[in-house]
Design a protein around this ligand. Structure first.
Ligand code: NDP
Length: 282
């Protein structure tokens, strides 16, 4: 068996047509959607991610700006910048690019963002709404995973889903979003016993571990949909958390790395920004 490739790159490209139309609809109502990214310091990976986000905005006609603070910026100055963006009615989305330099309090920065402009969905208010199954800004990566599964026509209702990784930005919200789609979800982590026995039962397996080729073919149920969130650099090459070649021979569907979840994360950031602009225009 050779798995069907779930291309996030292709789906994200397809979604740009309706997204660009939404931008034009908003403009017709006198609203120019705008995303502002706040970054601090010179993390090279962050610089690449920020550039990708700015390019996506440009393709759609979303205004974007990056506020690049110095490596030594104070917490007070960071919070002052966020307050200014919260108060600016022309700004619809605010994204704090993580990681921040170590001396800064990330949680305090994320909490300072107006939840209505929290396009990353990391604010406690939005996290709480997700926990309760209520509408709100959803974190982009899990949102992208669900969109990718749905676009391939993979049945979620009643499916057994296993998520490996319990971070607040990927694993936990992915488990909650799949629960909301009526999957029966098991959330695994580094203390999980008999991991392979659990993953082998998964119709949908999400790997968000951060360890290259962690998921091997013997951990996958034949025909399962395998979603690889990992971004790992090995010998100058980007690889996922899944042993792609071996798992492709067992799985029914698989996301590639690169070109899988990554482009969907950016695409969902665009959706969240458009949603925030639309809500602000009502
Ligand atoms: P974290 O490091 O925050 O979380 C990793 C999780 O993996 C933890 O919950 C940890 O468990 C679990 N884990 C570690 N080792 C094992 C093990 N041996 N068995 C089972 N579970 C284990 O990572 P993130 O969630 O932030 O990111 C995960 C990966 O996804 C990274 O490669 C990251 O770069 C990538 N990523 C990709 C994005 C995209 O758009 N494609 C977006 C965000 C992240 P424990 O909690 O017990 O320590």
């Amino acid at each position: 068996m050779s798995a069907i490739i779930l291309s996030g790159k292709e789906l994200a490209a397809q979604l740009e047509t309706p997204q660009a139309q939404r931008v034009r609809d908003l403009q017709a109502r006198g609203v120019s959607p705008k995303l502002v990214v706040v970054m601090a310091g010179d993390n090279p990976a962050s610089a690449i991610y920020v550039r990708n986000k700015a390019r996506a905005c440009e393709r759609l006609g979303i205004l974007s700006d990056t506020i690049h603070l110095s490596q030594t910026v104070s917490q007070q100055e960071l919070l002052r910048v966020i307050d200014g963006l919260n108060a600016d009615p022309t700004v619809h989305g605010i994204l704090i690019q993580l990681p921040l330099p170590e001396h800064l309090d990330e949680d305090a920065a994320l909490l300072r963002v107006n939840p209505a402009k929290d396009v990353d969905g990391f604010h406690l208010y939005n996290a709480g709404r997700l926990l309760r199954g209520e509408d709100g800004m959803r974190p982009c990566t899990p949102q992208g995973i669900v969109r990718l599964l749905k676009s391939a026509g993979i049945a979620l209702d009643g499916a057994r889903a296993v998520v490996i990784g319990r971070s607040n930005i990927v694993g936990k919200p992915a488990a909650l979003m799949l629960t909301q789609e009526n999957c029966t979800v098991t959330l695994c982590h580094s203390h999980t016993r008999d991991l392979a026995q659990i993953t082998c039962q998964a119709d949908i397996l999400v790997a968000a571990v951060g360890k290259p080729r962690f998921v091997t073919a013997d951990m996958v149920k034949p025909g399962a949909a395998v979603i690889d969130v990992g971004i790992n650099r090995v010998d100058g090459k980007v690889v996922g958390d899944v042993d792609f070649d071996a798992v492709s021979a067992v799985a029914g569907f698989i996301t590639p790395v690169p070109g899988g979840v990554g482009p969907m994360t950016v695409s969902m950031l665009m959706e969240n920004t458009l949603e925030a602009a639309w809500k602000a225009s009502r």
